[in-house]
Design a protein around this ligand. Structure first.
Ligand SMILES: [Zn+2]
Length: 235
């Protein structure tokens, strides 16, 4: 029985390592997704900034065109000044010219604001582009490292599987079946050591009589509390 228990312990060790590798492998695609999401987010923010830049340039050009139109109107009105006959007409033209000049001065203020924001946005874009290329480089190197780890993991899994098959073939079929049943029932480790009368699977104390029997290692025993297969671990 002792030898059979040793085999079960080895099997369980192999299974734990395999499960660990499998869970790491299954996390890889999530990791890749999060890398890609980070890149995409930066990419989108560059697109947004470029669109803002485009809007600002349009706004600037529109103000500029207003200013040019107003300047032409001012010139025309100024031309008319010499030809007016009444003071009332003269005052009216002066007022018109003043209003156009005020409009232009407001438009020019807006244009300056636009230029400031254009400048700021261009700087933002250049910073983001820099961030993007750095992140892209890091992501591709991280992906390479992970892919190498995946390869190693897969190789190790294949080795563990072969090992499991060869070791399990030395088990009595009914014991293997029992082990699998317990494993399914406890949803985890099926075999637990008992040290100083305590089951390692559930941390409960074994009855003294049972602990004594366990130390003889002559038959299969189960923890009365967690139902795992138990074996005595020599202190
Ligand atoms: Zn137990």
């Amino acid at each position: 029985m002792k030898e059979q228990i040793d085999i079960l312990v080895k099997l369980q060790k192999i299974e734990i390592e395999s499960d660990d590798i499998k869970s790491k492998l299954s996390g890889v695609s999530k990791k890749f997704d999060s890398f890609d999401a980070g890149l995409k987010e930066l990419e989108q923010s560059i697109v947004d900034k470029k669109s803002l830049l485009n809007d600002l340039s349009k706004k600037y050009r529109s103000y500029d065109s207003d200013v040019q139109t107003n300047l032409a109107l001012i010139k025309k009105s100024q031309g008319k000044l010499i030809a007016v006959k009444t003071n009332r007409e003269y005052q009216a033209l002066l007022k018109e010219i003043e209003e156009l000049k005020t409009k232009n001065s407001q438009a020019e203020d807006e244009m300056l604001l636009c230029l400031d924001r254009i400048d700021e946005t261009e700087k933002d874009i250049s910073v983001k582009k820099d961030e993007y290329s750095k992140l892209k480089e890091r992501v591709s190197s991280d992906k390479e490292t992970i892919m190498r780890e995946v390869e190693h993991g897969k190789e190790r899994l294949a080795k563990l599987k072969t090992e499991w098959n060869s070791i399990s073939s030395r088990l009595k079929p009914e014991l293997l079946e029992r082990y699998m049943m317990v494993k399914q029932r406890v949803k985890g480790t099926a075999i637990a050591s008992v040290k100083k009368s305590v089951c390692n699977g559930c941390n409960m104390n074994l009855p003294p009589q049972m602990y004594n029997e366990l130390q003889r290692c002559d038959c299969l025993k189960f923890c009365p509390n967690c139902q795992r297969i138990i074996y005595w671990e020599q202190p």
